[in-house]
Design a protein around this ligand. Structure first.
Ligand SMILES: [Mg+2]
Ligand SMILES: [Zn+2]
Length: 204
């Protein structure tokens, strides 16, 4: 058994909106936000190939996503479940398996009482990454968080994983280990780092 196998498995934790699927322009706020309906949920280009190459390289894949739209009264739980269902069908069609999909549906300032709480799972909390590490035997030091917001980077750093920030339109983020365009580019980087480090480890 090699050193890496003894240390635990590698994982990539993926934010959902803006990484796997398009954010959607909310005309009311002018902001890019999570889709509110399954019809609005569309996978970004290059995502199936990128996820399959991580899978092929032996990474466990997780979705870690804040979904406060029910708590905020902007969406129904059924609508959110329909979006989850569409993602699951799309992943199956891509032949990609997620080890787990973690959703925080809370918001500290929501309008639905039982979901409007200060919870322990909302990013930037590293709660779900630590839970995954315990339950799946993951080596966080060899793992990555990929997101499109600074809170994703903060979550990853708090958990001790490496961080990739996508969709920054070339704006570098000092907090992230890597910044770039999209998931496909991030995965290319993640795999190149692994090849380099595994190569170095063999030389020692
Ligand atoms: Mg996002
Ligand atoms: Zn939560």
């Amino acid at each position: 058994m090699g050193a890496s196998a003894m240390r635990g498995r590698r994982a990539v934790f993926l934010d959902r909106d803006g990484v796997i699927n398009h954010n959607v322009l909310n005309p009311a706020t002018g902001e890019l936000e999570a889709p509110l309906t399954a019809a609005e949920f569309k996978v970004l280009p290059g995502v199936p190939e990128a996820l399959r190459s991580l899978q092929k390289a032996g990474y466990l894949l997780f979705v870690v996503s804040n979904q406060p739209n029910y708590a905020k009264g902007k969406s129904t739980l059924d609508e959110l479940r329909a979006i989850d269902g569409k993602l699951q069908r799309e992943l199956a069609a891509m032949r990609v398996e997620m080890a787990e999909m973690y959703y925080c549906r809370h918001h500290p300032e929501g309008v639905v009482p039982e979901y409007s709480v200060v919870c322990e799972c909302r990013k930037p909390s590293p709660y779900f990454l630590r839970k995954a590490a315990r339950e799946f035997g993951i080596d966080l030091g060899q793992s990555w968080m990929v997101g499109d917001r600074v809170t994703d980077v903060e979550c990853g750093r708090a958990a001790g994983v490496r961080t990739a920030l996508v969709g920054t339109s070339g704006m570098p983020c000092v907090e992230a280990d890597w910044t770039g365009e999209d998931l496909a580019e991030a995965v290319e980087h993640i795999l190149s780092v692994q090849v380099r480090e595994d190569g170095n480890a063999q030389l020692c």
